[in-house]
Design a protein around this ligand. Structure first.
Ligand code: SF4
Length: 613
């Protein structure tokens, strides 16, 4: 059983050089794929202090060893770079069909370098790549760009397109990359693409993904499909929106810029059950990603009222919550329209919903005058003003558009007057749709995640509130749980599978077996665990090289000083300082949160030691 090495496409937009290189087999085994492999390239190739929006930054699109295979939900690719939003590491994952198509076209990843003189797109077809003029596409929304490039490169297969919209072109720091109407949303990867004047990457391929032991792999994949299908009835019916009522009842639903954590009336209106009965056509309208038995994704169709005729892939839990209660809004239609607009403009709904909620609170407190924000009466619950704000942010126009499009940290710096205390971000990345004060575990995860406030590395809200595995009120056990969860998530995010297809129980069993059968790496459980830890230490080291230390592992003032006013955890604030030293200790890092030489040696990250010390 032997592994066939994948290929990387390297495109320099300044020199117009296009080259192909084999992935180093040692690196592939050490870093697995997707996030891990992208971190390997970016750590080695970027210099400390690079301006994220300069030609010297690089943008890496990377698939994992299971992307495009028969494994369930094998749709994922990541977009990685030094984030223009945070100045830290960012990997942003995307589903759909683009990742598999890239592998069918013969590449595991693309490294984009430099900056084009004028707008271009890259077209890839069965191992060949070319840089083409995109002047006529510049200014176009993602929906039209995708349709146009599909038509222009029409073949016997659907051409898959990853693109930016106006937000990315204008280098809004919240800009996303959109592929098949799915988003690599977080951290401003779309702005880096825009800074390179790269509008899109279209791809079509007819090849197959190499598998080291096809017979074994196919039988493992078949079994995993069956298990996923059996376990996913709730996700299939309502997607991630299935947890709306649960998060509300457990007191973690962000309401009015995270100042509250419950809103019962809105939870009824915005529950997955209600979306299913109304806009999702009783569950008939599904839009699943490549080869997915779970099929969590729905298509919303508005048939009546002011917004009749608009359809949207989604919305899912995060968008519903941050555009909904966090902005004081409970209209399914308004949230659906805003989601569709954001997909078309190419802007992250999580970060934008968080930032709009923040500006709404500033307006309500009189910290911002309406004159300063173009006369838009952006108060909680004002639907018209909310949609106007989404439009202005997505197109980056007016004072309000520019204020919102660059995220909550910069908005708070501009507004000042103490507003920083309720600007809900960590390291500049906006907090997603679980109120930090509701639980110590997920709050610690926000504080220390490599890309800033992230609910997925790991997702401890469930362990604390749904499954009774962790006590949300105490600091005990949380450092170990976060460390272990980060390693596990690093593995999932490097595998090429959707995280909804990999339960913690599957990770070191069927996922590991599928990876071994696909790659021939023959990892033991311990080696595989070490790969996760290695990746997590590598992205942490990337951040340390940029000057991030324990001083940046923080939570907003609101989370650590203002008692939670509602819900089962009423009165709680997060005691972060009690957890951080133990977290660093279990990670094998210094008191400043820097991986020690000994830890880096243990993980065979010698090239990191040279740079960090
Ligand atoms: S579970 Fe949902 S997001 Fe994941 S691959 Fe399936 S449809 Fe896509």
């Amino acid at each position: 059983m032997s592994m066939k090495n994948g290929k990387i496409l390297r495109v320099n937009l300044t020199t117009k050089d296009i080259t192909t290189e084999n992935i180093d087999s040692g690196a592939a085994r050490s870093f697995l794929g997707s996030k891990g492999l992208a971190a390997y390239y970016l750590f080695k190739e970027l210099r400390r202090g690079v301006d994220p929006l300069s030609p010297e930054n690089k943008l890496v699109f990377m698939t994992g060893p299971l992307t495009g295979t028969k494994a369930p939900s094998s749709c994922r690719f990541v977009v990685c770079t030094k984030s223009p939003l945070t100045g830290a590491w960012v990997d942003s994952s995307c589903g759909g069909f683009w990742g598999p198509e890239l592998r069918f076209a013969g590449f595991d990843g693309i490294i984009v370098e430099g900056r084009a003189e004028s707008p271009v797109y890259i077209h890839i077809s069965d191992g060949e790549a070319s840089i083409r003029d995109a002047g006529f596409l510049w200014g176009m929304g993602t929906i039209d760009t995708i349709s146009y490039l599909r038509e222009r490169h029409k073949s016997d297969r659907t051409v898959r397109v990853a693109t930016i919209g106006p937000a990315g072109e204008k280098q809004a720091r919240l800009a996303a990359v959109i592929a098949d109407m799915r988003a690599a949303g977080r951290g401003g990867t779309g702005a880096v693409m825009g800074s390179k004047k790269l509008k899109a990457i279209s791809v079509v391929g007819h090849g197959k993904v190499p598998i080291a032991d096809p017979q074994k792999f196919n039988s493992l994949a078949k079994e995993a499909h069956k298990e996923n299908k059996e376990d996913s009835a709730r996700m299939a019916a309502m997607g991630t929106a299935s947890i709306v009522k649960l998060v509300n009842s457990t007191g973690g639903w962000p309401t009015r810029n995270f100042s509250e954590s419950q809103w019962d009336e809105a939870a009824e209106e915005l529950a997955g059950e209600t979306f299913q009965k109304t806009l999702w056509g009783g569950g008939k309208y599904v839009k699943p990603c490549y080869n997915c038995p779970i099929r969590c994704a729905h298509l919303a169709v508005i048939r009546e009222g002011k917004y009749a005729g608009i359809s949207d892939e989604g919305p899912e839990y995060e968008t519903i919550s941050l555009f909904g209660p966090n902005c004081g809004i409970k209209s399914r239609e308004v949230i659906t329209v805003a989601d569709r607009m954001c997909d078309n403009y190419g802007i992250d709904t999580i970060s934008l919903g968080n930032t709009i909620g923040f500006v709404m609170e500033c307006v309500e407190r009189g910290l911002v005058s309406l004159e300063e924000i173009d006369g838009v009466d952006l108060r909680f619950g004002n639907e018209e003003a909310f949609l106007k704000a989404v439009n202005m942010a997505g197109n980056v126009y007016g004072n309000l558009g520019r204020l919102l499009a660059n995220g909550v940290k910069r908005a708070a710096e501009k507004i000042g007057k103490g507003s920083e205390k309720f600007a809900m971000h960590v390291k500049g990345l906006e907090i997603p749709a679980y109120v930090p004060r509701a639980g110590h575990g997920h709050a610690l995860a926000y504080a220390v995640a490599d890309r800033g406030a992230c609910h997925l590395r790991p997702w401890l809200y469930g362990a604390e509130h749904f499954f009774g595995k962790l006590n949300p009120s105490t600091t005990e056990d949380k450092p170990e749980a976060v460390k272990l969860g980060q390693q596990n998530r690093a593995l999932i995010h490097s595998s090429g599978l959707c995280q909804f297809a990999v339960s913690e129980d599957m990770l070191y069993e069927s996922l590991l077996q599928m990876i071994n059968a696909a790659t021939g790496f023959n990892y033991t459980v311990d080696e595989f665990r070490l790969v996760g830890e290695r990746i997590n230490n590598l992205t942490r080291s990337f951040n340390c090289r940029e000057g991030f230390t324990s001083k940046d592992d923080t939570l907003p003032y609101r989370s650590t000083n203002e008692p939670l006013p509602t819900g089962p955890q009423k009165g709680q604030v997060i005691r972060l300082s009690e957890m951080l030293p133990e977290y660093y200790r279990v990670c094998g890092w210094s008191e400043d949160g820097v991986p020690t030489k000994e830890k880096l040696e243990e993980l065979r990250l010698d090239f990191v030691i040279e740079d960090l010390y």
